[in-house]
Design a protein around this ligand. Structure first.
Ligand SMILES: NC(=O)c1ccc[n+]([C@@H]2O[C@H](COP(=O)([O-])OP(=O)(O)OC[C@H]3O[C@@H](n4cnc5c(N)ncnc54)[C@H](OP(=O)(O)O)[C@@H]3O)[C@@H](O)[C@H]2O)c1
Length: 292
């Protein structure tokens, strides 16, 4: 029986993973504290929470994720995504807890034009990417049992994400400009949660070892424009789409023009082959239709 803390339950990935655990009859406590019970921006909150609660596994999906705002609030982003984990390590027996941390394709600058693997040198272009890279460093230094999964372009049927934004714009607009000079892999959080869950089970059964740093990425690569096109095709929304360069949408945070993550290591360790990003999008659309 293993007790697990899933942080970020009100967000996309935390919710998907905790719900999957519940459906799968996880044999152990599943804790999903709200921000008022456990606030990663507040040392006292972290100390109080972990003085009362201990876990075998921490699936850490809570994070400062606002890429634009992080440009103005880098200290806060860094505290939540990195510094708070130093406090965590001081509050718990870090040698006995498996910390699963999620990082980002935005640790890379996009200057490469072939998929980034775990040996490529990070060079984040924005404050969010720097804060997550700092988090990776803390996790590697202070948590002997850790997994770091770098993931990209998350979306799902709740929260704020590109998939839901496109559907709501598609309901009111007949024309949209969408960026086509940033390439990556959109990732459906339910598929990500399912693949990570399978990987954990294999790990517990001694069939693989998923400690360490790994890239998780669906097969295939696309731009935001390609992603939008597929969303509107599936939803059968007849909208006129124009591909535009990122300059058409000036933003504070620079984004890499290429951030495809190479998932070879994840596949070779676990034998799990993530579905293609188009297939994952179909899964998401099917779930949305089923829920209606
Ligand atoms: N979204 C992406 O495209 C993307 C891409 C690459 C990597 N990632 C990483 O993947 C992980 C999951 O991302 P996601 O998209 O699921 O995130 P999300 O939907 O933005 O959810 C973030 C979660 O973190 C919680 N949170 C934020 N600040 C907190 C604080 N101070 N104390 C407690 N909880 C706090 C939020 O709670 P509230 O509801 O209370 O705000 C929310 O539950 C994160 O580590 C993220 O950095 C995401």
């Amino acid at each position: 029986m293993k007790s697990i803390l899933v942080t970020g339950y009100s967000g996309q990935l935390g919710f998907a993973f905790a719900e999957l655990l519940k459906r799968s009859n996880w044999d152990g406590i599943i804790a999903t504290p709200s921000r008022s019970e456990l606030d990663w921006s507040n040392l006292e909150s972290i100390q109080n929470y972990f003085a009362k609660n201990t876990f075998d596994i921490i699936f850490h999906a809570a994070a400062y994720t606002n890429v634009e705002l992080a440009e103005e609030q880098e200290d806060q982003a860094t505290f939540i995504n990195a510094t708070s984990l130093i406090s965590l390590a001081q509050c718990i027996d870090a040698s006995k807890t498996w910390l699963i941390y999620f990082s980002t394709d935005y640790v890379f600058d996009g200057s490469r034009k072939e998929p980034y693997n775990e040996h490529d040198t990070p060079a984040p272009l924005n404050a969010y990417g720097r804060s997550k890279l700092a988090g990776e460093g803390v996790v590697q230094r202070l948590f002997p049992q850790h997994s770091i999964f770098r993931v990209s372009w998350l979306y799902g049927n709740r929260g704020k994400n590109f998939f839901l934004t496109m559907l709501s714009l598609g309901a009111t607009k007949d024309h949209l400009n969408v960026v086509n000079d940033q390439l990556g892999s959109p990732t459906f959080v339910d598929d990500l949660a399912q693949d990570i869950y399978q990987a954990l089970l294999l790990h517990f059964n001694g069939q693989c070892n998923v400690h360490g740093l790994m890239h998780y990425s669906p097969e295939g690569i696309g731009s935001w424009y390609d992603f939008a096109q597929q969303i509107f095709n599936l939803a059968q929304i007849p909208i006129n789409l124009s591909p535009v360069s990122s300059d058409a949408f000036p933003q504070k945070a620079k984004r890499p023009s290429y951030s495809k993550l190479d998932n070879t290591l994840f596949q070779s360790k676990t034998g799990i082959v993530p579905a293609s990003w188009m297939k994952q999008l179909e899964h998401c659309w099917d779930k949305k239709k089923d829920a209606q």
